[in-house]
Design a protein around this ligand. Structure first.
Ligand code: 5GP
Ligand code: MN
Length: 339
C-alpha cells in the first residue's frame, strides 16, 4: 500500500462508518483472529462494525474475545445480506477471491460498499479499491498489525486485540516455525505479548483442549497414512464413515495433514476428507522447499493457497480422487525428487 492510499483510508476512517468484515469459508485461526482483531480495533475507533463468517468455525477458536458477536451467513442470511448491502466499507480478510466465501459470493459481488482487502494468498482477484496483498507475510494477522501501524494507531492495540492477532500468527506459522516466519514476525509477537497477549494460555486454548474422540480420529488418520517413496509423497484419507465413528466436529482434522510431512524424506503431503453433505472431497496439501502445492491445487483440484500450504476440492469419489492424485505424481517427478 502506498502513502496516498494510506492517507485515503485514514481520511475514510476519520468519520463513523458502517463496516462489515468477512473472512473465507471454513475460517481458521488466522481468519477468525484477524477479523476479530480488526473488529475490536474499529469498534474502539467508534465505527459500527460487524464480523460476518460464511459458516461455522472450529470449537478451539470459540474462546476468542468477541467470538460471540460474530454472525454466521449460513444461519442468518437475511440479516447478513442487509448488513452487507448497507455497509460503507467491506473488509475482506485472509482470502482474495469472492468464491472463497462460498454462498456469500453473489451478495459480495453485488455490494456497493468500498472494499479493502488484507490478505497473503497468491493471485488476488481485482475487486478491492484498496488492496493490501503480500504473499511474503506469515499471516493476515501480521498484516492487520501492519495495517494498524500504517494508520499510526498501534497505541490502540490492547490485550484483546493482541490476543486475536497472536492466535492467527501462531496458527498460520505452525507456532512460529514455517518459512514465512521472519524476525519482524517475532518482533510483532513480542510486542503483542507486551500488550497483554498471554502466549501460554493462548497456545493451551488452541492446541491442548482436545476431546478423547479427536485423538482417536487422529489415530485412525495415522493408520490410513500411505507413503509413496519414489515421489516423496505421503497421503491420508478419512471417509465420512470414519469421521462419523469418531463423532467428527468442525476443526477436528485441522493440522492432521502435517503428520505426513513430518516423515523423513517426504516433500509432499495430502489429506483427503470426504464430505457427503457438501458432495465433495476436501483436500489439504502441504509441501517442503520450493515444491508449490498452490500450483498443484490450482491445476488439478479447484483450489490454491500458498507455495507450501494449499487447499482444494474434488467432486469425484474418495477413491477416484486419490487415484487421480497418484496419477498426476509422475508429472511432478523432477520437482519432487529435486527437493
Ligand atoms: P487448508 O488446507 O488448511 O484448508 O488450507 C491451506 C491454505 O490454502 C490456507 O491458506 C487456505 O486459505 C488456502 N485454501 C484452502 N482451500 C482453498 C481453496 O479451495 N482455494 C484457494 N484459493 N485457497 C484455499
Ligand atoms: Mn492466513
Amino acid at each position: 500500500m502506498n502513502t496516498e492510499e494510506i492517507a485515503s483510508i485514514k481520511q475514510l476512517l476519520f468519520t463513523k462508518k458502517k463496516i462489515v468484515i468477512v473472512p473465507h469459508k471454513n475460517p481458521d485461526g488466522d481468519a477468525v483472529g484477524s477479523t476479530l482483531a480488526l473488529y475490536h480495533y474499529l469498534i474502539k475507533s467508534n465505527h459500527d462494525a460487524v464480523v460476518i463468517v460464511p459458516n461455522d468455525f472450529p470449537e478451539f477458536l470459540k474462546w476468542l474475545p468477541g467470538e460471540n458477536s460474530i454472525i454466521r451467513y449460513d444461519a442468518q442470511t437475511e440479516t447478513c445480506n442487509s448488513l452487507i448491502n448497507a455497509a460503507d466499507i467491506i473488509f475482506t480478510l485472509d482470502f482474495n477471491a469472492f468464491h472463497r466465501t462460498g454462498n456469500m459470493e453473489p451478495v459480495l459481488t453485488e455490494s456497493k460498499g468500498l472494499k479493502i482487502m488484507i490478505d497473503h494468498h497468491q493471485a488476488p482477484d481485482d475487486y478491492a479499491t484498496y488492496m493490501f496483498s503480500d504473499v511474503a507475510m506469515s499471516s493476515t494477522c501480521e498484516m492487520v498489525y501492519h495495517f494498524i501501524d500504517m494508520l499510526e494507531d498501534t497505541g490502540k492495540i490492547d490485550a484483546t486485540i493482541a490476543t486475536c492477532l497472536y492466535v492467527g500468527i501462531m496458527t498460520d506459522t505452525g507456532s512460529f516455525r514455517f518459512k514465512s516466519t521472519t524476525s519482524t514476525t517475532h518482533k510483532i509477537v513480542a510486542e503483542l505479548i507486551d500488550k497483554g497477549a498471554n502466549n501460554t494460555e493462548i497456545h493451551n486454548n488452541v492446541y491442548d483442549t482436545n476431546g478423547y474422540e479427536r485423538l482417536q480420529l487422529l489415530g485412525c488418520a495415522l493408520n490410513n497414512l500411505k507413503v509413496i517413496p519414489e515421489y516423496k509423497t505421503a497421503y491420508i484419507s478419512l471417509s465420512q464413515e470414519e469421521l462419523h465413528r469418531f463423532n467428527y466436529k468442525k476443526g477436528d482434522t485441522e493440522g492432521v495433514v502435517n503428520y505426513g510431512l513430518s516423515l523423513n524424506n517426504v516433500v509432499l503431503a495430502a489429506i483427503f476428507i470426504e464430505d457427503k453433505q457438501e458432495g465433495i472431497i476436501k483436500i489439504s496439501l502441504r509441501s517442503k522447499g520450493n515444491f508449490s502445492v498452490n500450483e498443484l491445487s490450482r491445476t488439478h483440484f479447484n483450489g490454491g493457497g500458498h507455495t507450501n500450504a494449499a487447499g482444494g476440492k474434488s467432486y469425484e469419489s474418495l477413491n477416484n480422487t486419490i487415484e487421480k492424485f497418484i496419477s498426476i505424481l509422475p508429472s511432478y517427478n523432477k520437482a519432487l525428487n529435486d527437493e
